[in-house]
Design a binder for this molecule. Structure first.
Ligand code: GRF
Length: 229
């Protein structure tokens, strides 16, 4: 049993990780704002050595390892996850670099309360190696997407997208770093929108109320310096 000492006026959120946990850190910091409508109440990693466990510990957030390798199949693993989430009073679950496919059973159990961040502008570049594939495709704009999880991989209603330009000399690493910075803004924003009810599902899509949207669309490259436009 996880020992939790929580401010019950906030929505308790769990973050599932497998790796370094930089999005976890952004979510924890957002949850620590005095006015935050949510807090990160529990971190679960399926990998014992995940760097994000140190992030949780440094922030004093309860964390657990539930190692999928110690279970006989996906569903027993997910039942253990589900049990710990419920014991901790978790209302919403954020996947943040969680490298396990979830079964329809788990996804349905947490339907509309399960979020993911993906490092591309979905529905482009589902799956792995998104930055290399974006460079290969020659896209001029790339980014990240926070979405509700559905049973199909990297699919589901979109909450927030963040964009970055793709630059001429970009490598996979430089592009990944630029996208990651935007991820750290996009995920806390998406969580805030859903917890406060400003993002609502309407006909299978997320309608967002009361959030500012950019008023300008731009091009990459910009034409105005070179062309008489
Ligand atoms: C992020 O790029 C996220 O979009 C993807 O996995 C990566 C996790 O990074 N799903 P971190 O562990 O949050 O630093």
């Amino acid at each position: 049993m996880v020992d939790l000492d929580l401010d019950t006026s906030r929505t308790h959120v769990a973050v599932l990780i497998s790796g370094r946990g930089s999005n976890l850190k952004a979510l924890i910091e957002a949850g620590q704002r005095p006015e935050a409508p949510f807090d990160i109440a529990l971190v679960i990693s399926n990998r014992p050595g995940a760097g994000g466990l140190g992030v949780a510990e440094a922030a004093g957030i309860p964390s657990l390892v539930i190692d999928h390798k110690t279970f006989d199949g996906r569903e027993p693993f997910e039942r253990a996850l589900d049990q710990k989430l419920n014991e901790a009073g978790v209302r919403l679950v954020c996947l943040a670099g969680f490298m396990r496919l979830l079964t329809p059973w788990f996804v349905e159990r947490w339907r509309d309360r399960l979020l993911n961040i993906h490092p591309s502008l979905l529905p482009a570049f589902k799956g792995l190696d998104t930055h290399a594939r974006a460079l290969e495709a020659g896209v001029r704009v790339h980014g990240c997407t926070v979405h509700l999880v559905r049973a199909e991989l990297d699919d589901g209603p979109i909450l927030v997208q963040g964009t970055v330009p793709v630059l001429k000399d970009d490598t996979e690493g430089s592009l990944a770093a630029r996208v990651l910075e935007v991820e750290h803004q996009a995920y806390p924003l998406a969580l805030d929108l859903i917890v406060t009810g400003r993002a609502q599902l309407v006909d299978g899509r997320m309608a967002v109320d009361g959030a500012k949207a950019p008023t300008i669309c731009w091009t990459n490259p910009q034409g105005s310096d070179d062309l008489d436009l």
